[in-house]
Design a binder for this molecule. Structure first.
Ligand code: GAP
Length: 502
């Protein structure tokens, strides 16, 4: 993660928000390369999920909506996370990410340690030894194997055991509070009044904007069941522990679809089809199938209205975590909005000749998490020979050409030969009309290649003396293999078109 964060800052992908004031936890700014990468991810998602499908239409709803929407959806009362505070360190942890291991000394249970998810065995052993020392029992034999067995979630810990638990960042024992609920929605005030009637919320998901507009789209569009409504947009959550770079932030962006189906439809099959669609889409932007796994939520942990939820998990640098949630949410949301608004949410299904409130399958993906997954997959370090044949280490982002910020970089071999520069500039201007490309005339050619490798530009195009004196062909260098081949400008266009848009 450190290498990725370093590269992102060094090359202008992602900055900490408000950095000149020391940063602002949970917020990030996307620089010139980051915004290109981000836009490419969103545009491809929109193209594949909306424009290239006949059954999904788009929407862009407002971020602040009538507060009753969040009453109806259950967010006002229920959108909170159980958190555990440490009274000593003043740190706050999400309860579902805090795990407890028993500490066995001389074959007897002496207490517990609480660690955050993903803590490795050696850190757990160190923590247990800290507890042992604190108990004044330095000579006691620690059962290390027990620290390698399954932990319990802190929510399942008995009160009596909490008093004997050493927290992740505490020196004293028994400093952790019991889990308490913390509200995640950001509040704001709308209009001139500052009283309770003016309270509104920054949306914590884009999904409710879709449900709130479902009736508009049914009444004005020509949609028929099954159909989906897609939306890309900002969402805000007052995450108590924003961390792991852009993985969990307080302002982020979602790409969500509500796919409306008949209550009689075979939702299990449709849910499976959506999972496959999502996995294939990730593969199409360069996240291989073998890096994605499925986490099926067990029935007793599902929300009461949910029929099934499966998360697509990705191996992020900080561990395997949720990337994309695909939930079957029954008719809960539309039913709630019908109840709270008094407006019918029923649709007349021509094929079944009956009216009903449709059920929904919801694939919900974060733009920022996708970007982090893409960076994680693409980041690589290898060794290649430089201009003089000496093998050097290089950092390379192996982005798919589809999402790479720059699709190609155009170089005249040398900058002091006006005829070469003229052809290179002409080619650059021509390619720029179609794609985001880069022009660089200064420095040794190997160095120029390396600069582009580091920001993930898949192709280097060099105009050299053969271009000028022989056949007009240019050299195309492949970032990943570093292989070079000559191509005519026409063949080059065709090649790039296939690689980027095919
Ligand atoms: N409408 C359903 C919904 O919002 P969610 O699992 O809470 O479900 C969906 O969020 C997706 O949004 C997640 O899978 C993740 O990709 C992204 N996401 C959620 N919270 C996030 C956060 N704090 N920072 C970045 N991305 C987040």
């Amino acid at each position: 993660m450190e290498s990725i964060i370093g590269l992102c800052k060094r090359r202008g992908f992602i900055f900490a928000s408000s950095e000149i004031y020391g940063g602002y936890n949970g917020f990030f700014d996307y620089g010139p390369l980051g915004v290109e990468l981000r836009n490419n991810i969103k545009n491809i998602w929109w193209r594949d999920m909306v424009q290239r499908r006949d059954d999904i239409v788009g929407l862009d709803s407002s971020i602040i909506m009538h507060p009753n929407i969040w009453e109806a959806s259950g967010h006002v009362d229920g959108f909170s996370d159980p958190m555990v505070d440490c009274k000593e360190s003043k740190l706050r942890y999400r309860a579902d990410q805090l795990f407890v291991y028993p500490v066995i000394l001389d074959n007897e249970q002496a207490g517990h340690i609480a660690v955050v998810e993903g803590t490795d065995l050696s850190t757990r052993i160190k923590q247990a030894k800290k507890l042992r020392d604190h108990l004044g029992n330095k000579q006691a034999k620690l059962d290390e194997a027990r620290l390698d067995s399954d932990p319990v979630e802190i929510t399942e810990l008995e009160d009596a055991h909490r008093a004997t638990t050493l927290g992740p960042d505490a020196k004293e024992i028994g400093t952790l509070t019991e889990p308490r609920e913390f509200k995640l929605m950001f509040e704001t005030k709308v209009g001139p009044l500052a009283d309770q009637s003016a309270v509104a919320y920054l949306r914590p998901e884009t999904a409710q904007g879709i449900f709130a507009n479902y009736k508009n789209i049914v009444d004005t569009g020509r949609v028929k069941i099954p159909f989906g409504i897609a939306q890309i947009g900002k969402a805000f959550r007052n995450e108590i522990t924003p961390r792991n770079f852009i993985f969990r932030s307080r302002e982020f962006e979602q790409m969500e679809i509500e796919y409306f189906i008949s209550p009689d439809a075979d939702w299990k099959t449709l849910h499976r089809e959506w999972l496959d669609t999502c996995i294939n889409w990730l593969e199409s932007i360069g996240i291989p199938k073998d890096q994605v796994s499925e986490d099926v939520h067990v029935a007793d942990k599902l929300a009461f209205y949910s029929q099934a939820t499966t998360d697509l998990m990705f191996e992020f640098p900080h561990g395997k975590q949720e990337l994309w949630g695909i939930a079957c949410r029954s008719d809960y949301d539309l039913g709630q909005h019908q109840k709270h608004s008094g407006k019918s949410m029923e649709i007349f299904d021509e094929s079944q000749k009956k009216k009903y409130i449709p059920h929904v399958i919801e694939p919900s993906l974060g733009v920022d998490r996708t970007l982090l997954a893409v960076l994680t997959t693409a980041y690589d370090e290898d060794e290649i020979p430089n201009d003089k044949g000496v093998v050097e280490k290089r950092t390379v982002l192996r982005f798919s050409p589809k999402i790479a910020p720059y699709k190609a970089a155009i170089f005249p071999l040398v900058k002091n030969k006006p005829e070469l520069v003229e052809i290179a500039e002409k080619l650059y201007k021509k390619l720029q009309k179609r794609w985001n490309v880069f022009y660089d005339a200064s420095g040794a050619i190997g160095r120029r290649y390396r600069r582009q490798d580091e920001i993930g530009t898949p192709f280097g195009i060099t105009v050299d003396f053969d271009t000028l004196e022989k056949d007009g062909t240019v050299t195309l260098r492949d970032r990943d293999t570093t292989e070079q081949k000559r191509m005519s400008p026409e063949a080059l266009f065709e090649f790039l078109e296939e690689q980027i848009n095919g």
